[in-house]
Write a new protein. Sequence first.
Lengths: 168, 562
Amino acid sequence: MSIIEPRSKHLHIISSLVENKPGVLFRITNLFRARNFNIESITVGTTEQPDLSRMTITTKIDEYTLDQLIKQLRKLIDVVEVKQLDIDNTVYRELALIKMQATDSATKMEITNYASVFRANILDIGKKSITVEITGTPDKIDAFKNLIEHYGIVEMARTGVSALLRGN
Amino acid sequence: MTEMTGAKALITSLEKEGVDVIFGLPGGANLPIYDALVDADFRHILVRHEQSAAHMADGYARVKRKAGVCFATSGPGATNLITGIATAYADSSPMIAVTGQVPLGMIGKDAFQETDIIGVANPCTKYAFQPRTAVEIPEMVKKSFYIAESGRPGPVLIDIPKDVQQSTADINFPDLIKVRGYNPIIDPDLANVGKAVELLLAAQKPIIMAGGGVILSGAFSELQALAESVMAPVVTTFKGKGAFPENHPLAMGPIGMHGHPEANRIILEADLIIAVGARFSDRSVGRFDEFGKGMNIIHMDIDPAEIGKNKSVDLAIVGDVKSSLRTMVKMISKKVTKRGFENEWLKRRKELIDYYSETLKDYPREITAKKSLKKLRELLPPESIVTTEVGQCQMWASLHFDVISPGTFFSSTGLGTMGFGFPASIGAKAARPDVSVVDIAGDGSFNMTENSLAVSVIEKLPVIVFLLNNYMLGMVAQWQRTFYDRRYMGVEQHNCPDYVKIAEAYGANGIRVETMSELEKAINSALRSELPTVIDIPIDPDEDVFPFVAPGTGLKDMITGA
């Protein structure tokens, strides 16, 4: 049995390089709002070039909307490059921190075992909780979350997807 | 490098861009800019409301095909500009709006007359700058003009904090700028043009649908050459009205909600539509799903995001339509000898025009909107510039006023801004003082910016307000008549105000006409006058605009009369 479910059929990953200056994230999110584009996640961070940021957007939308989203993004003056990544040729990861209820040591042991199967790390153990760090594709994180949900999730923070095309 | 203030750097940058007129209104946060204006090499036109400053800059820009400039102070001054900026954005008109802002240290403190105008303007500008030091200003101004005027034009905002205007620095004026995220495509892909030519020549019933892009790029002779080389009838969108001379033997006039009936009909019968600088707006095409069904559609536009947005097409040519059309005509001329007027398709064109000119009844009154506009066309020199307000007056202008000289007709077609036409006509007059300028107005719209009469008088920019006056918000009234069982609400103006007295109060001419011969006299006297003239033309409030394609229906569902 595979513990990582196959990736969602319609997940699209868009990778863009944008000017690293104030107001750029606002312009992009405002565009999504104004044109009714639904996105799953958006991540922004620095790149190897100090004046450029990489923005990775994941979305589950139809081809027409995807085409429009890419074209409208390209139209923004602060957006330097927009690429749709071919998921089969892309490495992409998300990080999640999940704090779960774990009052007795048996529960803590069970969660720790699941975490090790998923190659997740235990970041913190308190009297009544345990916090796990997990990295992977969004589906892997979903699978882990579904597995441990019944213990009671106190808090969860997900970063959204970062992605790069594979090297040649 | 020269030492100067940020305000002086702004004015010098504008001079370097060749600006010759600015429309604006001062306030607390742009006082340093106004102080620098005292020594400027160009004209400042003081408006009575900032919205009109933006519309004047827009009118100027549409005529000159280069950016118009307007100034306003922070807060309410800046927000008053927004309707005008949004109007320019919707119609792809190049504009530079310069606003004052509270000092840097006060930003975010909810200071007096502080508005986050960058945030407010974002959805209706191509870009917005906020310099944080005086040295940034020249580069930002240069980039603003480049962005506003190139590619698909549009408004750019420069928001300058007051202390940045005041501060002194060593200023350098760059000769070259680069905006790396902005690379408009000008020349078309030749292979695609080749494919388009094949489709076009194979078509039996081709039609050209010309949009505002033709006017923006000044591709009038290229469009005419294409139409004549394949003998295709030319319809336009409303924004494209006047892209093609409407007295040309291939012209069919605008399609759409209040398009010419023959144009709305012939486009249903075509086997190929070539859309040139048009964006398939709901107003023009009715239903996206029905429009062009079973036909080949070729779409030429400079904005790649327009391709497939409202209508999926068979072939797209991205580029400046002037360049694309020129290439296309050259390719066609190598393949075919000139076609003649004698063919079935052009016979059909004539048949439709004749049919509708006989079928559509005139509204039975001595003075009607239609008769008045036909009279205006008869008396107005062809090179005159016409703007319109929004509503029934605008749609009557679309139907009954033929544009003969290309690129002389301007209206708020995208945003549909009431109050646009009059200040835009003043901006147009500032751009072309040598020709007559007429605003085809309704009373509802004219009310919104009529205080620009002061500007027209004082600045000696005499325009003619051709006021089709039914003392009604006529288009709303027509819809209430048609769709709400004559339950009128909020549309009557109760014979208020007296437009002749309004005109006279500002020192302009006001003439009320009762008969067609009085109208003729009034137009002739207005054309000769050194002062602006308001011609008050009382029309019947029950006169509808027909034909009419109701919203949500297709062009085939056009209603031709009550």
